[in-house]
Design a protein around this ligand. Structure first.
Ligand SMILES: *Cc1c(COP(=O)(O)O)cnc(C)c1O
Length: 360
C-alpha cells in the first residue's frame, strides 16, 4: 500500500489506442487504420529533414517564428495569433490545462475524437458527451448542454470517425449561442481536405471565444513528426504560450513542417488524389451493400448491419492483411473506419469487403 495517488480524474482515463500496424502471421499488410497520407510527405519536406541532421547539436528557437510566418503566408493568417505544438494533441492538452479543471465541464460530441475526453480528465474536468444527429454534430444539442460549469466545447469539423461536417453558418451559430464563459475549439485536423473551407479561421478572427486547431499529421503526411498548431484570439494564445515548454518542437520538426506547408503543389496533389479514391471507394463499398455517409475527410466510415457483422468483416480483412479501424469505442460498434489509401490499397480493401459480403 502507498499513500501516493494521482490527481483525481487520471485513473478514469482509458489510454488512447493507436491504429494497429501489424497482423500476427500476415506479411505485406496494408495499414488503413490511422488516417495517414498514403503518398507520404513532400520531397521538399524530406530534404529539409535531412538537412536538419547537420544541426542536431543546436537548440531550436523557442518562438517558432519562421514556421508561424510560413503558415500565415500560406493560409492568409496572422502569425501573431498562432501557437505550434507537438501535434494538435498538444494544443488540445494546453487548452484543457489552461481553461478546464476541477469543477468544470468539457463538452464533446457522441462520436468525437478521444483526446478531448482524455485531456479533460487529465486536468480534473468532467467530460460531457452530447448526442449527434445521425452521425452529424448537433449544434442545438450542444447549446442545450451548456451549463455555468462548461469551460470548453470541442468539435472536430470534419469529424473523426464519422467524416461528416457542419457548414460555416452552423459553426457561427454555435459560437454566437454559447454563454460568454465558454471557449469553442474547432478541430480542423481534416480541414485541408475540404475545398474552400478555412477550418473556422474567419470565425476565429471575428470573435473572442473561438480557437481552431490544425495538424501536419494528415494531408501533409507528417504524422511521425508530431507538429500541429492553433489559431485563436490574442488573449488565448498568450495564455497557452505561458504553459508551453520553450523547446516543445525540435528543429527538424520546425523546418520540415515549414517546407511541407510551402509545398502547395504537393498538398493539392494529395487533396485531389484523396478525393478521387474516396469517391471510388465509397461507390465500391456501396456496390457491395456497405453504406457510408458522404465523407469530407481522408477516410470512410463503413456501416454494417450490426456490431457482429462489422467485427466479422474486420476479422476477415485482417486475414487478408488489411488493417482498418474498429470504432466501437466511439459508440459506433456497427461501423469500421477505413482510411482512403492509394489506388492498390483501395482496390484491395474493396475487393475483400466484397468477398466478405458475398459470403454472409
Ligand atoms: C488525427 C487527428 C488529430 C491530429 O492529431 P495530431 O496530434 O496533430 O497528430 C486531431 N484531431 C482529430 C480529430 C484527428 O483525427
Amino acid at each position: 500500500m502507498t499513500g501516493i495517488k494521482p490527481q483525481p480524474g487520471i485513473m478514469k482515463i482509458a489510454p488512447y489506442q493507436g491504429g494497429a500496424s501489424c497482423v500476427d502471421g500476415v506479411a505485406n499488410v496494408v495499414k488503413l487504420s490511422s488516417n495517414e497520407n498514403p503518398i507520404g510527405a513532400s520531397d521538399d519536406a524530406k530534404e529539409a529533414f535531412r538537412k536538419a541532421s547537420f544541426d542536431l547539436h543546436r537548440y531550436p528557437p523557442t518562438d517558432h517564428a519562421s514556421l508561424r510566418e510560413a503558415i500565415g503566408e500560406v493560409h492568409g493568417l496572422d502569425p501573431g495569433r498562432m501557437i505550434c505544438g507537438v501535434g494538435s494533441d498538444e494544443i488540445i492538452a494546453f487548452l484543457c490545462q489552461a481553461y478546464a479543471g476541477p469543477g468544470t465541464e468539457v463538452i464533446h460530441t457522441e462520436h468525437g475524437f478521444a483526446m478531448y475526453r482524455i485531456s479533460a480528465l487529465a486536468n480534473g474536468a468532467r467530460p460531457v458527451e452530447v448526442a449527434e444527429r445521425d452521425r452529424v454534430t448537433d449544434i442545438d444539442a450542444i447549446l442545450a448542454a451548456c451549463t455555468p460549469k462548461t469551460s470548453i466545447v470541442f468539435i472536430a469539423n470534419p469529424n473523426n470517425p464519422t467524416g461528416t461536417m457542419v457548414g460555416e453558418g452552423e459553426l457561427a451559430r454555435l459560437a454566437d449561442g454559447l454563454p460568454d464563459h465558454v471557449l469553442l475549439v474547432i478541430d480542423g485536423a481534416y480541414a485541408e481536405y475540404v475545398d474552400g473551407y478555412d477550418g473556422g479561421a474567419a470565425l476565429v478572427e471575428a470573435r473572442e471565444n473561438v480557437v481552431m486547431t490544425r495538424t501536419f499529421s494528415k494531408l501533409y503526411g507528417l504524422g511521425g513528426l508530431r507538429v500541429g498548431w492553433g489559431y485563436g484570439p490574442a488573449h488565448v494564445i498568450d495564455v497557452l504560450n505561458r504553459i508551453r515548454g520553450p523547446f516543445n518542437l525540435s528543429q527538424p520538426a520546425l523546418v520540415t513542417a515549414e517546407a511541407a506547408v510551402r509545398d502547395a503543389a504537393w498538398a493539392d496533389k494529395c487533396r485531389n488524389e484523396n478525393a478521387r479514391m474516396r469517391a471510388w471507394l465509397a461507390d465500391a463499398l456501396a456496390g457491395h451493400g456497405v453504406a457510408s455517409d458522404t465523407s469530407t475527410a481522408n477516410f470512410i466510415l463503413a456501416r454494417f448491419a450490426g456490431p457482429k457483422e462489422a467485427e466479422a468483416c474486420d476479422e476477415y480483412l485482417k486475414t487478408q492483411g488489411l488493417i482498418v479501424r474498429r470504432v466501437a469505442g466511439y459508440n459506433l460498434p456497427q461501423c469500421l473506419r477505413i482510411t482512403v489509401g492509394d489506388e492498390p490499397a483501395c482496390r484491395r480493401v474493396a475487393h475483400a469487403v466484397g468477398q466478405f459480403m458475398g459470403a454472409i
